[in-house]
Design a protein around this ligand. Structure first.
Ligand code: MGD
Ligand code: MGD
Ligand code: MO
Length: 719
């Protein structure tokens, strides 16, 4: 082959000894909590020059979404932090000087150990953003340090769903889509948030599975998947579910045997749902009575029903946890819980993924849980929280820092912390400004990192090796495909090194990531060596096949051993909390302000090309929706004289922002939809930090009263 040929092959990125291009296997980690798609990185001279989906990977079969395809731009972003940094100017000024890792560690150890000595270990909180891969390690670090104050995105994401399941059935449930007759999907748009699920749902629909989508918006899922779309108002899912229960019970489309043997509180529940007749449900939720009846008929005729386990929209409301319990009640009264084609009980295997085998991850964390500490942040305010989540409810963190009650929190050790994920984020920002010491670890110098005293550079999944587990009982230990860029390090290495410099009595954590993984996998017959040598996730022999009703027969892990429609755990709480044992429905939006703030703002639906606050600076992705926008219905826009692209002001009792209007036929009248994550249109600055679900502490991100007007107009023109 002549030189020209090699040049052409190199330009075409063809791997081979002549071109010096090697294909190395890793995983895509942009959607850190959803899928870990197999990724082939084409590497030349230590640099990734191209990525594609791994064709032979059992999960994604070569597919990659827009976000994964931007992996190279993400890894080589000019905003990556290159070295550890130390604050040079005033806090928040964003001025830093580069320092060495050793200097950074000395600073961190000195400050944290001093604060611990002065005010106790609880005065130091450890907080992680949504990135999952190091969370168990950071949790253990907090515990070994002696602080119960480890918290994470769990304070706003998914964990309220776990709470609902735990109260009802003692453990998590997962919809068995593979065998369902009907898929009852409250809030479903996998085309944007869980792309691979969309592929599977299309296949299942072609095989005859019926799909009912409950969603305030008309989405690709509604268009491509739904047999019936119930377009409800945000936050009214509880009423819709209770209305379905009403119809199922009234028509006798329930499983009396199952109810009699395995359900607790059915009588009280069925009395309660009597009031949720289709007319009432229509009045509350906006779902037409005929549509509700049609949906219930469809699912009754196509059993078993699998109720979709949404990730967060259902629980991002002040009555969210209860709404979710109402949804899960449908599985119980139809006898579809712990059943093929219904909902299967599940336990997390590792790092928030369910793979069907057990690891010692939970023990890895809990064995270090400090005893006799002061209560973790938020756990007195939200009494159900700690038992389920095993961490602080960070929605109370800003308040505790600012007020200093019941005790001082003076320092935060942040990993991937993004203050903008909090409601009324100016409060948590104010709290971060007030801290004696704040260290943040991230890939990028984010607005949160800019508030830190010390910033540590982490690396991406391509630059590290880690355990990943997969549905169907598979696992792999990935290998780095390139060296960590600049001076960045894998988070888990940083955590181990922190354990050492803080002089913690935790040998295992100090021994590093791999030693900890060996500990967690010790009961399995696969070895770390085998997992490391694998190109594809390999089967773990200890994976237990699902056995229908096995869990039911053993008795659920609830106080009564039954599926609790009436929660005995809630009933046992002191009355002052005012929490209901039945999955009662309440208006999630603050109705007192409905006249002044007539619109219902719901925020946070996933956009295809960004992941929360990530990827907004990647130009090829940003180009798809360059500016933040607010979607509102065509009718509302017409009434307010708003046209596409007009600047509008959206305001709530807490704040206001201006952004462009996107009148859309896909939105319900009376509602406004906005994506979160845009720093120049920070929707969370308008959502009160007190707008929280009293059961879970979750913020009501998706039902906030607001008003809308064209920007620059006097108040007279507003609505
Ligand atoms: N209004 C509104 N607000 C919301 C929501 C909503 O629906 N509406 N949703 C809520 C939900 S469900 C969630 S999960 C949160 C989002 O939770 P966030 O934690 O805000 O999620 P991200 O923006 O994805 O990631 C946070 C940070 O992690 C960093 N990061 C990425 N990978 C790594 C890594 O490997 N190591 C380290 N150290 N850092 C890394 C990123 O650069 C980013 O700065 O937002 C919540 N806030
Ligand atoms: N591309 C992309 N993917 C993501 C993320 C991202 O930012 N971008 N974020 C990740 C994170 S942190 C999370 S938690 C998940 C969330 O993922 P999902 O749980 O899938 O949630 P969303 O995509 O936010 O919303 C799904 C649908 O719920 C609807 N919805 C909103 N409010 C309500 C309501 O009150 N009731 C009902 N029935 N429907 C409602 C929305 O209109 C939307 O169409 O996605 C993850 N995946
Ligand atoms: Mo989330």
């Amino acid at each position: 082959m002549d030189e020209r040929d090699v040049r052409r092959r190199t330009a075409a990125k063809i791997p081979g000894p002549d071109t010096g291009i090697e294909v190395r296997r890793t995983v895509c980690n942009v959607c850190c909590s959803s899928f870990y798609c197999g990724l082939d990185a084409y590497v030349k001279d230590g640099r990734i020059i191209k990525v594609e989906g791994a064709a032979d990977h059992p999960l994604n079969h070569g597919l990659l979404c827009t976000k994964g395809l931007a992996t190279r731009e993400y890894i080589y972003s000019p905003h990556r932090i290159k070295t550890p940094l130390k604050r040079a100017g005033a806090r928040g000024e964003g001025k830093f000087i580069p320092i060495t890792w050793e200097e950074a560690y000395v600073e961190i150890a000195t400050h944290l150990n001093r604060i611990k000595e002065e005010d106790g270990p609880e005065a130091v909180a450890f907080f992680s953003g949504i990135e999952k891969w190091y969370q168990a390690f950071l949790h253990r670090l907090a515990y070994s340090f002696g602080s119960p104050n480890y918290g994470s995105d769990n304070s706003t994401c998914f964990e309220a769903i776990h709470m609902a399941w735990k109260l009802n059935a003692g453990m998590l449930g997962a919809a068995d889509v593979e065998h369902a007759g009907t898929y009852l999907a409250f809030s479903l748009n996998p085309y944007y948030s869980r792309c691979l699920d969309a592929v599977n749902l299309e296949k299942r629909r072609a095989q005859g599975m019926k799909i009912i989508v409950v969603d305030p918006r008309v989405t690709p899922a509604v268009k491509r998947l739904a047999d019936i779309h119930l377009q409800n108002l945000p936050g009214t899912d509880g009423a819709v579910a209770l209305g379905m229960a009403h119809l199922l019970i009234r028509n006798g489309w329930i499983d009396r045997d199952y109810i009699q043997n395995y359900v607790y509180g059915f009588e009280a529940f069925s009395r309660y749902v009597e009031q949720f007749d289709p007319d009432t449900v229509e009045r509350i939720s906006g779902v037409k009575r005929g549509e509700l009846c049609r949906a219930v008929e469809l699912l009754a005729a196509n059993m078993p029903v699998a109720v979709h386990e949404s990730v967060s929209p259902i629980v991002h409301h002040r009555n969210g946890m209860q709404n979710y319990r109402a949804m899960t009640a449908l599985s119980a009264i139809t006898g579809c819980y712990d059943r093929v084609g219904g909902t299967r009980p599940r336990v997390n295997t590792f790092s928030h993924q369910t793979a069907g085998f057990d690891t010692r991850e939970e023990e890895f964390i809990q064995s270090r849980r400090p005893k006799h500490t002061r209560p973790a942040v938020g756990t007195e305010r939200f009494p159900l929280w700690e038992d389920v989540a095993g961490e602080m409810q960070a929605m109370d963190l800003a308040r505790q820092i600012l007020e200093g009650t019941p005790y001082l929190v003076r320092a935060i050790v942040g990993f991937g912390m993004n203050y903008r994920m909090f409601p009324q984020d100016q409060k948590i920002r104010e709290a971060l400004m007030k801290l004696d010491f704040f260290v943040d670890t991230d890939l990028f110098l984010t607005d949160t990192a800019k508030l830190a005293d010390i910033v540590l550079p982490a690396c991406t999944a391509a630059e590290r090796g880690e355990l990943k587990v997969y549905r169907g009982g598979r696992a792999i230990f990935t290998q780095p495909v390139i060296e960590p860029l600049y001076e960045s390090r894998p988070d888990c290495r940083i955590i181990s090194e922190l354990a050492a410099v803080l002089n913690l009595d935790d040998e295992l954590l100090r021994d590093g990531y791999e030693a900890c993984i060996r500990y967690m996998l010790q009961d399995l017959s696969v070895t770390v060596e085998q997992l490391k040598a694998a190109r594809l996730p390999i089967p773990v022999p200890e994976t237990a096949p699902y056995e229908e009703r096995a869990y039911t027969k053993r008795g659920y892990e609830t106080p009564t051993g039954k599926f609790e429609l009436y929660s005995t755990v809630i009933a046992a709480l002191p009355e002052r909390y005012g929490l209901d044992p039945l999955p009662t429905y309440r208006d999630s939006a603050d109705d007192e302000s409905a006249v002044e703030y007539p619109f219902l703002l719901f925020t946070g639906s996933s956009i295809p090309h960004a992941y929360n606050s990530r990827l907004h600076d990647i130009s090829c992705l940003r180009a798809m929706r360059p500016e933040p926008q607010a979607d509102l219905s065509l009718a509302d826009a017409r009434r307010l004289g708003i046209e596409e692209g007009d600047m509008i002001e959206i305001s709530t009792r807490v704040g206001a922002i201006c952004l462009r209007a996107n009148p859309s036929p896909l939105i319900r009248e009376g509602t406004v939809s906005m994506f979160h994550g845009y720093r120049e249109a920070d929707v969370n600055s308008m959502i009160s930090w007190d707008h929280l679900d009293p059961y879970s502490g979750f913020p009501g991100f998706r039902s906030v009263r607001c008003r809308v007007r064209r920007a620059g107009e006097e108040r007279g023109g507003s609505e």
